[in-house]
Write a protein that binds this ligand. Structure first.
Ligand code: FAD
Length: 415
């Protein structure tokens, strides 16, 4: 019976698009509502890494000690805009509560269950796309440790990764040099997550999904969802800035902007945003073949179709404040120390909003209030990696089937 119900997906980021495509492949009629072009939110500017190594939450024991420095250094890898602190405090307190050793262990188990099969779910979702059009590659992802202290700092994380089943090879300076000959300074070491992938164009991945959905009869409405009208069984209409549309099944996937929509359905979710930046270098002059993450500096380096992308850092500042592109400049400064031959002409800067939950776990759930409503947001640093597996879980939940992964840790009412 569910298979006959149409689905309205709010948000055409990578998460909404993967949910829409997964449901369409099961025979559902799809409407996607977004005021912008598909894939132009956070999904546009990310580092493009389909990470299999990200099995640990952002919050770690002892992190609270670093908060004062975050407030004082606006160009550090992690910073808080002082004016935003009062609004952020409840989220930050939850974040710190989720950073104890016991919580980290539980969160890591839940993260592993969706992170490790992330790429497999993309393969399934895109298996009807011609090979040449698919912008996903699987060449691994290198954790790069510029200094000996970085190797030491990464040791517990790498031990945890290995315990969780991440395919990881620990590398010495020579092996790193062989993998990344463009490095201008000798690195102290590295770790290669061999099963990780990357996309050569996050935008093309979203566009490909959107075009496929449209070609198979999906409808895209360039409108902003504002709220809902309710019938006997739950939301019966979505109200937008341009009118009203009847809805049967519903998926809220509006990334960092999902909170008011979830609230309109009666769920108060502690969703905030970690703003991130990128610098796109169309003519970097470097031959870099695989993506890498430099955790100590808070950014990644990814070879893409349009050039080399440097992306990352975290800034707590909400959804309204204008970008501070000096943060993108700071990424560039760090990158030039690692790669002295980096050419920066034509550089483009960008800022986007990661949708972040204080326990580093996304919401992938059916509403306990209205079974026709589903939530798929809050993927933080991992929305690209987790979009396809999210689509699979949402499609199962909407169809009344048991997902292959226990979705309990991702409940909407866990707070
Ligand atoms: C610098 C940076 C680097 C990153 N690197 C990686 C990485 O390497 N790997 C990884 O896995 N993840 C990475 N991420 C995280 C990843 O980009 C996000 O988690 C992911 O893009 C979230 O996707 P989404 O679809 O939930 O949100 P978005 O892409 O933001 O899409 C949400 C959509 O909802 C729409 N919307 C908002 N409000 C409404 C409304 N009221 N009505 C209708 N539509 C609405 C928006 O217009 C938007 O199109 C990175 C993020 C940043 C910022």
């Amino acid at each position: 019976m569910n298979a006959q119900r149409s689905v309205t997906v709010i948000g055409a980021g990578i998460v909404g698009l993967c949910c829409a495509r997964a449901l369409q492949r099961r025979g559902r009629r799809i409407t996607v509502i977004d005021p912008g072009e598909p894939g132009r939110g956070a999904s546009y500017g990310n580092a493009g890494i389909l990470s299999t190594g990200s099995v640990l939450p952002e919050g770690k024991p002892g992190l609270w000690k670093k908060v004062p420095r975050m407030l004082l250094d606006p160009l550090g890898p992690l910073t808080i805009r002082p004016a935003y602190l009062p609004r952020l405090t409840p989220w930050m307190l939850r974040f710190l509560r989720n950073s104890t050793a016991a919580r980290v262990e539980r969160i890591s188990a839940a993260l592993s269950s969706i992170v490790l099969p992330g790429l497999t779910h993309y393969r399934e979702l895109l298996d009807d796309i011609a090979e040449g059009r698919n912008p996903i590659r699987q060449q691994g992802c290198l954790y790069l440790y510029p200094k000996p202290a970085d190797v030491e700092a990464a040791r517990p994380d790498n031990e945890a990764r290995l315990r969780r089943g991440v395919a990881l090879e620990l590398l010495g300076p020579e092996e790193v040099k062989q993998l990344v000959p463009a490095l201008g300074v000798p690195a102290a070491g590295g770790a290669l997550a061999t099963a990780s992938g990357h996309t050569t164009s996050p935008l093309r991945l979203s566009t490909l999904l959107a075009e496929t959905i449209a070609a198979d009869g999906g409808r895209f409405l360039r409108e902003k969802a504002l709220g809902f009208e309710f019938g006997d069984d739950g939301p019966s209409q979505v109200r937008t800035d341009q009118g009203r549309h009847g809805v049967e099944d519903l998926v809220i996937a509006a990334g960092a902007f999902s909170r008011p929509l979830a609230a309109a359905l009666g769920h108060d979710i502690p969703l905030d945003t970690e703003r991130g930046y990128h610098v796109m270098l169309p003519r970097s002059g470097l031959d870099i073949r695989l993506p890498m993450l430099i955790s100590s500096l808070g950014f990644g380096v990814t070879p893409m179709e349009d050039g080399l992308r440097l992306a990352g850092t975290v800034e707590f500042g909400g959804t309204e404040a204008p970008p501070n592109y000096r943060r993108a400049d700071a990424i560039l400064t760090h990158a030039r120390r690692l790669f002295p031959d980096l050419a920066v002409d034509g550089a483009e800067k960008w800022m986007g909003h990661r949708p972040s939950m204080p326990d580093s776990l996304p919401v992938i759930a059916q509403s306990p209030r209205f079974p026709s409503a589903h939530f798929a947001f809050g993927h933080g640093h991992l929305g690209l990696s987790l979009a396809a597996v999210t689509g699979r879980i949402i499609a199962d939940l909407a169809d009344g089937e048991t997902p292959p992964i226990d979705a309990t840790p991702f409940r909407v009412d866990r707070f």
